[in-house]
Every structure is written in structure tokens, then in C-alpha cells.
Ligand binder design. Structure first.
Ligand code: SF4
Length: 415
């Protein structure tokens, strides 16, 4: 592991003039741990918020000069439960960012919150006045029994109260997170959850399929749980895509839906190879052609920032030209899809073999063309995107190998 400060080449300056940059601040505190949660978050560690604040403030200050040539157009406070830090601390971190970073005047500034922690409209108003202009609320389900089964500590009534508080605070960009495939969840109850979410009139909705990760309490209980099977989960997903389209939410990514003009600008950076710098334990970054992550351990992170100890858990330099596979993997998650010309120009590759493959997928209703000629996956394709992406990467690798073999035999027309 290396110290954060050493991962950039000295004198790094981006080639593009003022390219955009997103900042991600990971707040690792939660009131209690949800049964399915695999994120780095600590329950009952409120007494450690002061040391976290010292470290993350010092870290933001330390990295700021490296962002001097960028325009920061998104800031995302995620977690964990960022609202656990308290309004004063959150405002102080955002003020620090405004002071140290070239923040654009129309930056999207998001805070994640859980319904039980977002019902104080005056606190929400204070956040809005400080500059927070988007809230991502973890509703997850409208069914209290389902919420309880996965260890959520809020109720559906509290979600409604939080939405009232957020709107009363005049926050105009609200996202609701939902989960399908929950233990004992029926299609009928999923339909009720979607209807309840739409009734709350958010600008954005995310629908994630439940993943039972090893090491979580839910994983240990797995054998005794009644989980909707793959077919039922597929039906729930397709219902959501159709219902949300009918109610004004366009799908712009596998799990994300938005009203016109309200897609998550920060999350789009992840899927379009934009630059983002993360802060806090467990935070990931892709900044200055280096992809890196900080250790999922608050003590090690604090030691790293304040006392110079190692705090990177991974770091890899990836020049733009060899990001072809990433481009395909990430862009196929989105409705923008992949564009032959863009791909060939950016990575000096051939798209022909992929063109043939996408035509095959289109025949099976797994892919379709956008108006600009890009290939995107259909909802049916999104649902099996992992398999399709493996096939796409495999096809690209075989095509490259075959071209290189031909060139080695003297046929340079293939390059
Ligand atoms: S609130 Fe979110 S981060 Fe915290 S334990 Fe639950 S799922 Fe994990």
C-alpha cells in the first residue's frame, strides 16, 4: 500500500482544459447495520465522528491542489448514512469543498439519507441553504414487514414524513432507492412499493435487485429465507421498467430511472469513464489516470491521513488508450450504449466483430440501436447484462488476437 500523496506523477495536469471532476465523500456511520449490507459502515460509532471529521477535512485540503485545473461539477456524500454526521459537520465539509475546490455554480450536490434521519425539515432546509441540492433517500420498500426482515429501522410512514420534510425544505431533486427480490416479497407487494414511490413524486428512482453477499447476516440466514427465484425477480424487474416508463421515468441505466433532466450526474461519471476523487475509508477514485481505493477501516484511514501511514487498498495506473474494455463494460450499463465511431477513435480498435455480435443480440431482442446509431441493451438485455458483457469482451479479445496473428504473417491491412 502507498500513501495517497504518492500515487500521482509529480506535476500532473489534465490534458483537456478544465475537465469535470466529481467528489465522493464516504461517511462510514449508521445507526444500525442492515442485514444485507456489504458497504463499509459502522453501527454505534457516533463517538468517532470527530476523528473522522479531522481526517476527512485534512484529506480534502491535501488533495485540493491536484484538482486545481478541473471543474468540480458533482459532489456526492454517500455511506453509510451521511446525515449521521449532523447538519453542522456536513455544512462544514461542504464549506471546505467550496473554499478549496473549483466548484461550478450549477454543481449537483447530493446527500444520501435514511428516512428516519431526514424528517427534520429545518435541518433539511439548513443543508439546502448550504448548497445541498439533491437527496437520495433509502426507501427500499413500502411494506413494513419487508423492511423489518432486512433489518431496516425505518417504516413506510417515516419515508412519507421524510419526503414531506425534504419538499418543505425546498429541495427540488429527490431520488428514492428501492429493492426488489426481498425475502417473502410478492409481485403484488413490489407493485405496491413502486406505486407508493411514484405517489411520492420523486425526480429519480433506483431499483436494485437484492444481492445476498457473503459475510452479511442475510447470507447466514439464506437457507431459511423464502427469496423470489430468478424468474420472479426478472418479472419484478420488467414490471418496474414498464411501470416507470408509463409514469414518466425513463430508464437511463440498468437500475436507474429519471424524469427528464434529472439523471444522476455524479453516477453517470462512473459509467462514462469520467473522473472522480473519493475521500473516506473504502472510497474509490478514478483520477489522473489512476484508479485507487482507500482501506475499509476508519482507524487506518485516520492514521493514513493524519500520520502518513499506508491507507491505499488498491492503486492502478490505466492510460486512457487501454480503457477499451472498461468503455464497453460500463457504457453497456447505460441507455447511451456503445458507439462504433467513438470506440474506434478513442481506442484505435475495430468495431466490426462487435457490430456482428450486436446484430445477433438485436435479433433476440437483447440489443437495439439508438437514433445516433449506438448500440444499447434492451431491458431484456440489461437483465442478463453480465453474460452479454462477457461475450462482448471475449469477442473483442478474439478479434484482436486474430488481427495480430494475420499482421504477424505480413497482412497489415487488418490493423
Ligand atoms: S443504512 Fe445503508 S450503509 Fe447503513 S447499514 Fe443500512 S444499507 Fe448499509
Amino acid at each position: 500500500m502507498k500513501k495517497a500523496d504518492n500515487i500521482f506523477e509529480k506535476g500532473y495536469e489534465p490534458k483537456m482544459k478544465n475537465p469535470s471532476l466529481g467528489l465522493y465523500i464516504h461517511v462510514p456511520f449508521c445507526r444500525s447495520k442492515c442485514a444485507y449490507c456489504d458497504f463499509y459502515s459502522l453501527a454505534g460509532a457516533e463517538s468517532r465522528t470527530d476523528e473522522y471529521m479531522r481526517a476527512v477535512s485534512a484529506h480534502l485540503t491535501e488533495v485540493a491542489p491536484r484538482a486545481a485545473f478541473h471543474t468540480v461539477d458533482t459532489v456526492y456524500f454517500g455511506g453509510g448514512t451521511p446525515t449521521m454526521l449532523g447538519t453542522r459537520n456536513l455544512i462544514s465539509l461542504l464549506s471546505l469543498i467550496k473554499k478549496k475546490y473549483p466548484l461550478s455554480s450549477d454543481a449537483e450536490i447530493t446527500i444520501e439519507a435514511n428516512p428516519d434521519s431526514a424528517r427534520d425539515w429545518k435541518a433539511m432546509r439548513a443543508l439546502r441553504r448550504a448548497g445541498f441540492n439533491r437527496v437520495s433517500l433509502g426507501m427500499q420498500s413500502a411494506d413494513d414487514a419487508e423492511l423489518k426482515r432486512i433489518g431496516r429501522i425505518h417504516t413506510n410512514a417515516e419515508t412519507a414524513e421524510a419526503v414531506v420534510a425534504i419538499r418543505k425544505a425546498k429541495i427540488k431533486n429527490l431520488s428514492l432507492d428501492l429493492i426488489y427480490g426481498l425475502p417473502e416479497q410478492s409481485m403484488e407487494s413490489w407493485q405496491k412499493t413502486l406505486a407508493a414511490a411514484v405517489e411520492l413524486a420523486p425526480e429519480h428512482i433506483s431499483c436494485y435487485g437484492l444481492k445476498i453477499e457473503e459475510g452479511t447476516p442475510l447470507f447466514q440466514m439464506k437457507s431459511s429465507l423464502i427469496i423470489p427465484d430468478d424468474d420472479n425477480q426478472a418479472d419484478m424487474y420488467f414490471y418496474a421498467v414498464d411501470y416507470l416508463a408509463r409514469t414518466g421515468y425513463a430508464q437511463y441505466e440498468i437500475s436507474n430511472f429519471a424524469k427528464d433532466g434529472f439523471l444522476s450526474r455524479h453516477n453517470m461519471k462512473y459509467w462514462t469513464l469520467g473522473e472522480y476523487a473519493g475521500f473516506g475509508p473504502g472510497a474509490h477514485s478514478d483520477f489522473g489516470s489512476v484508479r485507487y481505493a482507500y482501506v475499509r477501516d476508519l482507524s487506518k484511514y485516520v492514521d493514513g491521513v493524519l500520520r502518513g501511514a499506508d491507507m491505499l487498498s488498491e492503486s492502478e495506473t490505466i492510460p486512457p488508450l487501454i480503457r477499451d474494455t472498461e468503455y464497453l463494460m460500463l457504457r453497456l450499463r447505460t441507455a447511451k450504449g456503445v458507439n462504433a465511431k467513438e470506440f474506434e477513435n478513442a481506442y484505435r480498435e475495430h468495431f466490426d466483430a462487435l457490430e456482428t455480435l450486436f446484430e445477433k443480440y438485436a435479433a433476440g431482442d437483447f440489443a437495439e440501436r439508438n437514433a445516433d446509431g449506438s448500440w444499447r441493451l434492451t431491458p431484456k438485455g440489461f437483465f442478463v447484462s453480465n453474460t452479454i458483457i462477457i461475450d462482448v469482451l471475449d469477442t473483442l479479445a478474439k478479434d484482436k488476437e486474430s488481427r495480430q496473428t494475420k499482421a504477424a504473417r505480413g497482412d497489415f491491412t487488418v490493423l
